[in-house]
Ligand binder design. Structure first.
Ligand code: HEM
Length: 476
């Protein structure tokens, strides 16, 4: 006889809500709110939430438990086995379209893959995977994308000189690259489309509660989709729009309706790149290692080529670390659409399931939980560990992961090739456990030319004992 799923006590519910659920809502589910994040970073709310979740894991022996969510009970997934159970299950039984995603995303991507169900989801998934070349290590338009990223990073660095790099300046440059990749060169300066999406994402944070703004929101959505439609009609060579013609689609696919998710996802990638740059800035020895990776790959394959970027395993591993340490998609939500087996019991349809990925990534059981450890990806250890899921896994895995892991390292290579960075804000130190909550909107770097002196880096105790030696690179 299966044991019933345990329920958190009133005090545990309160602690979890105060440290994770409420800060998550205030931070913004669809676009981050820097002002709230300042407060959360000061309190390091995620560190507190991690302590709460660590205690829950111990107390309930790693079994998933019922907690109280904002709109009812939620199954909080607390073990590696249950993460695997949920993420490797059918995406029809464990749907990605959880109620808060429906409430928020339907404002700006009502016809997207995430919100689709049944056969329509399969149809749109095939389309997304084909255009984004999800199964390919290198996107067929990869060479062109490398040129675009190199161009825009060069323009950024020429503007910054040996001065100050802010998150806003980087975002503006990366958004230009994103628009060229998505829509073609003619969209480079189409700031309006990015603004339309930003306005809708800000509104999505209210989860559709501001019903009096519905008419205005529908008008914004129409304008944004109108622009996407006209880019799709042009299908500029070298852009993702040019891939539409070869991708499998039906009368119901709605290619245009898929695109606003991609535009949003490029912001997620930009955040990951900045987080990784910050890690390099506070770990100069690792930045030197990355520079060596860039040098040797570019000497062999040429500057800014796909072949060179794919031969930079240390940069790719570092980006994955940037995404592990501060997961830009902090929570993976699912909702059951039919009764499903759960440890010999049945979960009914309509159950909300929560994987707090940003906390599991920092599970104290991981030897490298709170430090920058690209070597854990190079050895394959982090990639095989079900605690760690920056791109999710299984049927709901991000179809843009491969593209992101090509474009991200290319941008980092361009930034790091001839420059050193000092992190001015927020404060972080290599000899302390890295904070769990940061306000990535506040990143400011002093940009310098590489100096003649060898970089110095404070070494935390665990690493002095040899815990941080870099294992031999894998075949990846
Ligand atoms: C570092 C960058 C990125 C990260 C960390 C990331 C992360 C994720 C995660 C965690 C999910 C699954 C969400 C869930 O399970 O609830 C997801 C889904 C998705 N991502 Fe990404 N993503 C990134 C970049 C991209 C890019 C560049 C694109 C497209 C251009 C993209 C397109 C998508 C799509 C279409 C889905 C929905 C998948 C589905 O419903 O099956 N992502 N992403």
């Amino acid at each position: 006889m299966a044991k019933p799923i345990p329920r958190a006590t009133a005090l545990e519910n309160l602690r979890f809500s105060l440290t994770y659920t409420i800060p998550g809502l205030l931070r913004g589910a669809f676009t981050t709110q820097p002002r709230w994040l300042d407060l959360m970073a000061r309190l390091d709310t995620n560190r507190r939430a991690n302590d709460v979740v660590t205690k829950l894991r111990v107390r309930y022996g790693g079994r998933s438990i019922w907690v109280r969510g904002p709109v009812g009970p939620v199954l909080l997934v607390l073990s590696q086995g249950d993460i695997k159970r949920v993420l490797s299950a059918s995406d029809h039984a464990f749907s990605l379209a959880s109620p808060e995603k429906v409430a928020g995303l339907s404002l700006f991507q009502p016809d997207s893959l995430v919100l689709s169900a049944g056969e329509l989801r399969d149809d749109r998934k095939g389309f997304n995977e084909a255009v984004l070349a999800a199964e390919e290590r290198v996107h067929p338009l990869g060479d062109h994308f490398m040129t675009v990223v190199a161009d825009e990073m060069d323009v950024l660095l020429a503007g910054v000189g040996v001065g100050l790099l802010t998150r806003d300046a980087f975002d503006a440059a990366f958004a230009r690259a994103a628009r060229r990749i998505l829509f073609g060169d003619s969209a480079r300066n189409d700031i309006r489309i990015s603004r339309l999406l930003r306005a809708l994402r800000a509104e999505a944070n209210w989860l559709g509660l501001r019903t009096w703004r519905s008419r205005r929101n529908r008008a914004l959505l129409r304008r944004m989709n109108g622009k996407i439609r006209s880019y799709a009609a042009k299908a500029e060579p070298g852009s993702l729009m040019a891939m539409f013609a070869q991708a499998p689609s039906s009368a119901r696919t709605d290619p245009v309706g898929q695109v606003s998710h991609w535009l949003m996802a490029f912001d997620v990638l930009g955040m990951g790149i900045m987080q990784t740059l910050a890690l390099f800035a506070v770990h100069p020895l690792k930045a030197a290692e990355a520079a060596a990776d860039i040098r040797s790959a570019e000497e062999e394959y040429g500057k800014g080529t796909v072949a060179a970027v794919t031969a930079m395993p240390y940069l790719k591993a570092s980006l994955l670390e940037g995404l592990r340490l501060w997961a830009p998609v902090p929570t993976l939500m699912r909702v059951t659409t039919e009764p499903v087996d759960w440890h010999g019991d049945k979960l009914p349809a309509g159950v909300n399931v929560m994987i707090p990925a940003s906390l599991h990534h920092r599970n104290p059981q991981l030897g490298y939980a709170d430090r920058f450890a690209p070597e854990a990806w190079i050895s394959g250890e982090a990639g095989e560990d079900w605690w760690i899921n920056p791109f999710s896994r299984g049927r709901g895995q991000c179809p843009g992961a491969s593209l992101a892991l090509l474009i991200g390292p290319a941008a980092l290579a361009a930034l790091l090739r001839d420059r050193r960075y000092e992190l001015l804000e927020p404060q972080m130190r290599a000899d302390r456990p890295l904070p769990l909550t940061i306000n990535a909107a506040r990143f400011r770097f002093a940009v310098r030319l590489p100096g003649p002196s060898a970089p110095r880096e404070a070494v935390p105790e665990a690493r002095k004992a040899g815990a941080d030696s870099r294992p031999a690179p894998s075949q990846d």
